[in-house]
Design a binder for this molecule. Structure first.
Ligand code: CS2
Length: 465
């Protein structure tokens, strides 16, 4: 039995005129970018910019996606030859466009040789990464955890691909981290250096002379696609099924440090900013947007909300999120010329208010141990250095401890077991943030901080069992 027709090159002609199509000959494009971690975020962000650059005339920047673990995205995208619809939604805008930049998806665990060959291919010039914070395999000090950085990690594929490039006399690559880490380029460079020192010491000098690791700030709110999204989009797509579709907001921002090892798409001609110093953008985004997101997630779940737009419509949480952004995070950021942090906070609240996106608080609550150091703890440390405390973030930490105690169901976090034990101890704050803490941070709580966090731990049935 054949199922409903899928979106594919053969069915594109059936789409109504309201759906935008790739404006270039897809088959004529060589793969110029290998992307690790081809989830919904990449499809709504870097692939969207690259598609726009090719529609504007750039050539040979097709993207080969790599899934490091799950075969799911390959199952969704390969039968569609990499095509998918990107739907932008808010109260007023509803635009849908088919993105053609992705050539296909490899599953690293199934086909490691093809992944290494793609990194080593002469036409490949850039490797981009959205492997999430935990994909970097860092320990609590921010160094590479050599146990975690195994055969299945991104480092192995980069190192073996680069070794072949050197052997073949090819140029190095631009290795572009697009994850929500502060100084993500430097972090990748540092960790790559530690991996090479252990596994390929002879390659390190060539790699650092030939490759660059620019830092980037990436921003677009992209909820995980649900079956309901897929069903709703079929109506726009002439009843074609699109397993790989993504729903996002109209807003998008990409700020990239101008440090490429070789050619790049003209992403700046289609809205990206190429700048000398990414740090002010990156810090504002991590500490304000992502910081407020995590606050809304843990405090919102504690108050019975499900989605971001519900949490931010709760007047107490809205005030708390604004307090975090304006009074706690913004004073720690030296704004770039033209960057207005007050206007940024207002614009972020308006984006969180988007009721056309069902952005689950539980999605944001995942992996807190990997996210909170750059979202909250760095802000706390900077304020503490000036003798200032951060009541909004401390309330968030209290709600996070409640989350770790199981108040919102199973905790999705690579350190879940250790965190749950610490959170259930008599002194959870010291266990989590004290000298033997589980998280990398220069923040040390004072007695007042501890008291505030403890008072914010929601007193619910599962507390302290
Ligand atoms: C969110 C981010 O899931 C999360 O933790 O805070 O994915 C956020 O939506 C993006 O960084 C927005 O650019």
């Amino acid at each position: 039995m054949t199922g409903p027709a899928r979106l594919s090159p053969q069915t594109l002609a059936q789409l109504p005129a309201s759906v935008g199509l790739p404006g270039y000959d897809r088959d004529a494009q060589a793969v110029g970018i290998v992307h690790f971690g081809i989830g919904a975020f990449h499809r709504a962000h870097q692939a969207w910019y690259t598609d726009a650059a090719m529609a504007a005339g750039d050539r040979d920047w097709a993207i080969l996606g790599v899934s490091l673990r799950s075969p799911e995205v390959a199952r969704q995208m390969n039968p569609q030859a990499g095509l998918y619809a990107l739907a932008e939604r808010d109260g007023t805008a509803a635009r849908t466009r088919v993105i053609g930049a992705v050539r296909g998806v490899l599953v690293a665990g199934k086909d490691p040789e093809a992944v290494i060959a793609a990194v080593a291919a002469p036409a490949t010039r850039i490797v981009t990464l959205t492997i999430t914070e935990k994909g970097y395999c860092r320990d609590a000090r921010g160094d590479l955890d050599l146990g975690l950085a195994d055969e299945g990690s991104v480092y192995r594929f980069l190192a073996e691909g680069l070794a072949r490039r050197r052997q073949a006399g090819l140029a190095g690559l631009t290795l572009l981290s697009c994850d929500n880490l502060a100084a993500n380029g430097q972090v990748l460079e540092h960790l790559m250096g530690q991996y090479l020192a252990r596994h390929h010491p002879d390659l390190a000098a060539w790699c650092f002379a030939q490759c660059t690791f620019p830092s980037t700030m990436v921003d677009r709110i992209v909820p995980a696609t649900t079956d309901a999204d897929r069903a709703a989009l079929r109506a726009d797509l002439a009843a074609l099924t699109d397993e790989a579709c993504v729903v996002t907001e109209p807003f998008s921002q990409w700020v990239i440090e101008d440090r490429f090892a070789g050619p790049r798409p003209r992403w700046d001609a289609v809205g990206a900013q190429i700048v000398a110093d990414v740090a002010p953008y990156e810090l504002a985004k991590l500490r304000m947007l992502n910081g407020a997101h995590s606050l809304l997630a843990y405090c919102g779940l504690a108050r019975g909300h499900t989605f971001v737009h519900e949490a931010v419509a709760d007047p107490e949480l809205r005030a708390l999120a604004l307090k975090l952004m304006r009074e706690e995070a913004a004073p720690t950021i030296v704004a770039a010329p033209g960057q207005d942090l007050e206007a940024y906070a207002e614009a972020l609240i308006a984006r969180f208010d988007n009721r056309a996106l069902n952005h689950r608080l539980l999605q944001i609550a995942m992996d807190g141990s990997q996210k909170l150091p750059q979202r909250w703890l760095a802000t706390l440390a900077d304020n503490a250095a000036h003798g200032k405390t951060c009541p909004a973030i401390l309330a968030g930490l209290g709600a996070w401890i409640g989350h770790l105690r199981g108040h919102n169901g199973t905790v999705a976090d690579p350190l879940a077991d250790g965190l749950a034990m610490a959170a259930r101890s008599a002194e959870p704050v010291m266990q989590l943030f004290g000298p033997q803490c589980l998280l990398a941070s220069s923040w040390q709580p004072t007695r007042d901080d501890v008291a505030q966090i403890v008072s914010a731990i929601p007193s619910m049935p599962h507390a302290l069992t």
